[in-house]
Design a protein around this ligand. Sequence first.
Ligand code: C2E
Ligand code: CA
Ligand code: CA
Length: 520
Amino acid sequence: MPLSVHHRRPRRPLRLLLPWLVGALPVLCGLLIMYWQAERELQGRSEASAKQTATQIERILDNISAAARDLLPLAGLPCVEEKLALRDQVTRRAFVRSTNLVYRGELYCSSLFGPYSEPVHDSDYTQGTLWLMSGNSVTPGHALLVFRVTEGDRGAISTVDGDHLISALHLLDADVHPLLQIGSHWMDRDGNVKDGPLPVAEVAAAQVTSTRYPFSIHSGYAQGKVGELMRSEYPALFGLLVVLGAIAGVTCYWQLRRVTSPRAELQRAMEAQEFLPYFQPVVRRGDYRWAGVEVLMRWQHPRDGLVRPDLFIPYAEHSGQIVPMTRQLMQRTAELLAPHADTLDDGFHVGINITADHCQDLTLYDDCQAFLAAFPADKVVLTLELTERKLIVPSEVTHTLFSKLHELGVLIALDDFGTGQSSLAYLQQFKVDYLKIDQSFVAMIGGDALSLHILDSVIELSSKLGLGIVAEGVETEAQRDYLDRHNVDFQQGYLFARPMSAEAFIQALATQHPPLVVSH
Ligand code: C2E
Ligand code: CA
Ligand code: CA
């Protein structure tokens, strides 16, 4: 049935989980985008830092290489004469720490010591020009960068103190971790020079290689920098994402409730006009001509097809929606039957099933009035069928309602008679006109003597109370004939006709006789 078919409703764990998933989705997507954005931002910063650091180191090298080039023509000349020229370069050039002259593979003159002697090894120099040293005999453990220029046997060497390089590496973003690499040596921003494989930054690794000197700058950030950036730069955006996620989750939750609650499903069906009247004729004793009809609700469900009322009426009663549903059913019945009123015998009974909910106020009176107003006067007799299974509690309101209904000419039938606990006082209180003997009693016909005795007593009681009798659920000719013999006024059942669509009913009405012509 549409209201309890489990395959259609999401399973309970999924129903509970889905709003959380839907809520988390925008947050997760947003976080992913933010993460990606933060990564891009850091990559950009890292590359820019590396570029600027490289430019600064090139400027330093320009400065010290100029000193070396200036001194190159002096290489090979005696040291005592050229010592002052070497010191002059140290004094004049901002970044130069020392200058030296080389001749035939020997450093023979130094701005620091004057005449000197130390072999110069080609292999120490990357591309013959740069040597990053962790220290020398003058300042052991203190970084030093050496620049060399050579021409034939002559060469000139200038050096720059590691502190200048450290300053260059500290130029930018405090969090960036730049490294200066020259050949197999590299130096970090603390001035430590190491040999061997270069550590690769965990986040936003970037490398800029100078086109003018044989060095590279490597930069990047430590692990966790992306999260740190997100926390510091996107808290407002994150807050927005959480709000969006919450809205999505709550919307999903309500949407699921809407789809899964029987109340919502019935409401939807009502709006889509899916509740239809089906019609089952009630025949009168003797000629079995159609004296009336019972309107039975059907749900034309878009997926499950035609649904029987006992599968959804209990939900509608429970939720209180039975009242508007019945109102809609009565309106629809009037719309369908009124244009064919001329095919109905005068005083044709139209039975509508109502429940206790209808008796809580006087709106039922208005609904009945509107129904009758759709037909020519005295054409139809409206009968409200009240089930004996759930008795109505008498009150001031019910008293007024039933009095007014009787004034309007509406009759009351006690449905499923014999199955409940109604008393004589009850029948009088609600001004009952008809008793509808429940089909379970009719089914006793043909059974044992005790069962028949019960049925006879019910029929006898009804006639003693002076009420009209309708027997429900007549399926066999034996039942029909038995009820006939016992003066039951009206019969209803598959033997005469099954509940049918409005179209079929109207078509059958036009021929003025039931489809099954019964011989008596
Ligand atoms: P009910 O008022 O006792 O209606 C008679 C039921 O017996 C109908 O079932 C009808 O199709 C079925 N019936 C008629 N003749 C025979 C027969 O010869 N043999 C058998 N076995 N059954 C027969 P239906 O249409 O499935 O309705 C079931 C119940 O749902 C109704 O019982 C009534 O209590 C409720 N119902 C139907 N329509 C409405 C409605 O518009 N409002 C309310 N409140 N209840 C309704
Ligand atoms: Ca009924
Ligand atoms: Ca009944």
